[in-house]
Design a protein around this ligand. Structure first.
Ligand code: A2H
Length: 253
């Protein structure tokens, strides 16, 4: 844990269609016309064009927390408490929980991914999602995150084992950022460091550090409103745009 607070961008991925077990868990617990969002926390808002799925920890218990009269967030209890403390919820005080839902029951849920080339993406499992960081929800950008690329590759390879449809993990990976080495930096590094699965933790840590440094300091946006601009310059602009559009908000811990 660092000493300085992490300033995350919390993104609102609206639920379009619940997976059957999640639908069961939520039934009758919230108003018919309420919107529910999965809310991943990210440090790389400028990569959101490249979202292909949304990860949850299969054994993590999430809550459906009331953010306002007609909006609910699927996040960990820990994140809900932090958000309440940061004044993110309409009502002050102890966050109101409408229902519990297990990560594994969320798998297959369809959500809207703001800014992404893929408008609708699926909720998929990732064992390494920590309940003790961010919101416990992670949006997946395999073009620029080695962890995400290793996980979607694993999921596509062993779809039956993970109880998912192969095509849910096989959305096209579109180049978002050009760096001196590649316009698909995460896949490039995963191959170069011979990372075979999400279990290659040590190499993934190295890939993550390389990708972060090169992407941030030498990357140039290939897509979106800030195409041609340096990542360093585009990052806060994309974040502001998402926040202004009501599709994201600042969350820190
Ligand atoms: B990042 P830091 Cl493209 N468990 O977002 C595991 N990982 C989590 C998490 C949790 N509970 N909450 C957030 N994260 C991930 C994009 C991204 C991210 C890219 C490249 C690198 C990257 C798309 N996934 O992170 O420990 C989220 O993934 C590399 C560090 O607080 C979040 O940003 O520094 C990042 O880790 C936050 O990690």
């Amino acid at each position: 844990e660092g000493v300085l607070p992490q300033e995350y961008t919390a993104l609102k991925l609206k639920v379009v269609e619940w997976a059957p077990k999640a639908a069961e868990a939520v039934k009758g617990k919230i108003p018919e016309d309420a919107k529910v969002y999965l809310v991943p926390a990210t440090l790389r808002a400028e990569t959101m064009y490249g979202q292909t799925c949304c990860f949850v920890g299969p054994s993590i218990t999430y809550g459906l927390y009331k953010a306002s009269e007609k909006e609910y967030f699927v996040i960990t209890e820990r994140a809900a408490k932090n958000m309440a403390y940061q004044g993110i919820f309409e009502k002050e005080g102890v966050p109101e929980k409408a229902a519990d839902v297990l990560g594994s029951d969320l798998i297959g849920t369809v959500v809207n991914a703001p800014l992404s080339f893929h408008k609708e993406v699926r909720v998929l499992p990732m064992e390494s999602v920590l309940a003790t960081k961010g919101t416990g929800v992670v949006t997946s950008v395999p073009s620029d995150s080695p962890d995400d690329y290793a996980m979607v590759t694993e999921l596509a390879k062993k779809a039956d084992f993970y109880g998912i449809k192969k095509e849910w993990a096989e959305l096209e990976i579109i180049p978002i950022i050009q760096t001196p080495t590649s316009d698909l930096l995460a896949p490039y590094l995963v191959k170069k460091l011979k990372i075979a699965s999400p279990k290659d933790v040590k190499q993934l840590l190295e890939a993550k550090e390389l990708a972060y440094k090169e992407g941030f300091y030498q990357g140039v946006m290939k897509v979106g409103e800030f195409a041609g601009e340096k990542v360093e310059a585009a990052k806060p602009k994309v974040r502001e745009q998402l926040i202004k559009a009501g599709e994201a908000f600042a969350y820190s811990e």
